[in-house]
Design a protein around this ligand. Structure first.
Ligand code: ASP
Length: 347
């Protein structure tokens, strides 16, 4: 049995410690929102599910840890160099989309017809602008296309063929559908295995030095999904949400429940209307609302003060974090110490 300490990577995020205390600033209503605002902060997830020591044998856990570590370091470096939360979220998710271990981009799960259909969304907390794509089959990085929908159209969500032709017009990298398969998903297709139980959607939330929040999510959806099914990940308010005065959220899990419960927006609403703290809101949704409906999944969230929540009601969830005080942590198992606790203990 590994020790708790060994299960958590706790190291410096970047080349220098980025601890930064910013004096109280005002929100739109000119109310002081924070006495000690800490930025930048970045948090990602790589999906929630049956992540146990049994399912992570033969060094698979190390492969996941390394991938999560590289992704969060990449995102943090962007923030540390003055990049926006939006760019950090986009680039971190692109790294995970390109990585075959995760259910996004290359390595995505297959639908019931044996093909890959990808969904993604991104949202800017400073102005509520958002972009999303659903059911794309040739776009190498759906999160990049989602950002282009936000930046270069009057729309929020493009789907299927329309999204693909927009991708071609914007000259984003395209790939043959075969590119998205891995040896594992190819075998599943060839042997017509009908149950995979693979979760591994990716998401990221970030707070940049200008105190802007952003959130993004990218996925292949649920394995064996019906052709044309769209989950929560590209639905703003369900799988992704960001608003500077409340929080940035990215969800993972059984998408239909996240849509019905409008989980990502409900996080923000609980904070805005009921004065919940980010962790309190996350627990309310994951353990009270969703679990009472037997809905499995998790979320990551970050508020405008740099407070974070990592909550899931599955056996595990892949996550990684880099804080303003320069701490980096990676976890996946239930017993992994989460940053909220580790940081409180060490600061
Ligand atoms: N939420 C995603 C969906 O339902 C799947 C996941 O997060 O694993 O499409």
């Amino acid at each position: 049995m590994l020790s708790l300490v060994a299960l958590v990577v706790l190291a410096g995020c970047g080349s220098r410690s980025a601890h930064q205390e910013v004096p109280a600033h005002t929100n739109d209503d000119s109310e002081p929102v924070a006495e000690k605002l800490q930025a930048p902060v970045i948090l990602l997830h790589g999906g929630a599910g049956t992540i146990t020591h049994e399912s992570m044998q033969n060094g698979l856990d190390v492969q996941y840890r390394n991938a999560l570590d590289s992704a969060i370091s990449l995102g943090y470096a962007i923030l540390e160099n003055g990049g926006t939360a939006l760019t950090a979220v986009e680039q971190t998710i692109m790294f995970l989309e390109d990585h075959p271990l995760f259910n996004a981009g290359k390595g995505a799960v297959l639908n019931a017809e044996g093909s890959v259909e990808l969904d993604a969304s991104i949202m800017d907390g400073s102005n509520l602008k958002a972009g999303a794509v659903a059911g794309v089959t040739t776009v190498k990085n759906p999160i990049m296309l989602a950002r282009l929908v936000k930046d270069s159209t009057r729309h929020v969500l493009l789907k299927g063929r329309g999204a693909e032709s927009f991708a071609a017009a914007m000259h984003v990298p395209l790939r043959n559908p075969e590119y998205f398969l891995t040896p594992k998903t190819r075998k599943i297709r060839e042997e017509r295995i009908t149950k995979l139980h693979k979760l591994g959607t990716v998401g990221c939330v970030a707070l940049d030095k200008n105190h802007n929040l952003a959130a993004g999510t990218s996925t292949g959806g649920m394995d064996m999904k019906k052709y044309g099914r769209v989950g929560d990940s590209p639905i703003i308010g369900a799988g992704t949400y960001a608003k500077n005065s409340t929080c940035a959220v990215s969800c993972t899990g059984h998408g239909e429940y996240f849509i019905r419960n409008v989980v990502a927006y409900d996080m923000s609403a609980l904070m805005e209307y009921k004065g919940y703290k980010v962790q309190q809101a996350a627990r309310e949704l994951i353990f009270n609302k969703l679990l009472s409906q037997k809905a499995l999944g998790g979320l990551i969230a970050l508020d405008y003060q740099g407070n974070i929540a990592i909550e899931y009601n599955t056996p595990g969830m892949f996550w990684a974090f880099c804080s303003a005080s320069g701490k980096k942590m990676v976890g996946m198992f239930a017993e992994d110490q989460k940053p909220e606790n580790a940081l409180m203990a060490s600061e």
